[in-house]
Ligand binder design. Structure first.
Ligand SMILES: Cc1cc2nc3c(=O)[nH]c(=O)nc-3n(C[C@H](O)[C@H](O)[C@H](O)COP(=O)(O)O)c2cc1C
Length: 209
């Protein structure tokens, strides 16, 4: 199946069929696709909460602009970015990379110093923004991976990140929610699925030099 066909198949699903559940095997495939996302310097400063608990999801509903996908979808994925990006995160990456690539941490010292220097030269606010951006790369892969598996998704920024934080205790884990993605199967009655995709013509999107 071509990527473009998958992307034409998917749409931001407004109404899920609550009776249809994503299988544990497909959840594992989605997790693997997420973990293969590219991230700046390879640091992977994100975590993904996977919520199937209906009670918790009912609590999250008012903090999600009452978007019913939050409770009706099979699972709710919450993409969280780290609140910090510092030397320790770089050191952890160096250790992991050294062990995977069978080299020593010493071999990667210059690289580690370079990355740490680049991180720390950013003002705090910019570093946070940079962390948030990493989760959008994950989002792209997640939507494409789900589309290939014919699993529906709705990417959402329409939620109250502070309320999510309070309910899930994210800041205590050094995290903040940046995106919420219900996944599952479209309801037959979701009229949005029949609407043609609205996209600018290619010659408006691309500048060719
Ligand atoms: C970052 C992001 C945030 C979005 N937030 C919401 C949202 O809160 N609720 C919603 O119903 N759709 C949301 N959408 C879906 C967009 O409206 C939708 O992707 C866009 O209109 C294009 O339509 P399509 O995805 O069906 O092709 C969001 C999409 C993105 C990429």
């Amino acid at each position: 199946m071509l990527l473009t066909e998958n992307l034409k198949w998917r749409y931001a699903t407004k109404k899920f069929d609550p009776s249809k559940k994503v299988s544990p095997e497909n959840i594992e495939r989605i997790k693997e696709a997420i973990s293969l996302s590219a991230t700046s310097y390879g640091l992977q400063l994100y975590k993904v909460c996977i919520v199937s608990d209906p009670v918790l999801r009912r609590k999250l509903l008012p903090a999600s602009w009452n978007q019913r996908q939050v409770t009706e979808a099979s699972h709710l994925l919450i993409l969280c970015h780290y609140l910090e990006a510092n030397r320790k995160h770089v050191d952890d990456y160096i250790k992991l990379r050294a062990s995977v690539q069978k080299i020593t941490s010493e071999d990667l010292k210059d690289y580690g110093d370079f990355v740490t220097g680049k991180l720390l030269e950013k003002p705090d606010r910019e570093r946070k923004e940079w962390n948030v951006r990493q989760t959008y790369i994950v989002l792209g892969n997640l939507l494409a991976a789900c589309a290939e598996l014919r699993i529906d998704t709705c990417p959402m920024e329409g939620f109250d990140s502070e309320a999510y934080d309070r309910m899930l205790g994210l800041s205590a884990m050094g995290l903040r929610a940046s995106l919420v993605i219900p996944i599952g199967y479209r309801a037959a009655g979701d009229l949005t699925q029949h609407l043609p995709k609205v996209r600018k013509p290619l010659d408006e999107l691309f500048i060719t030099w």
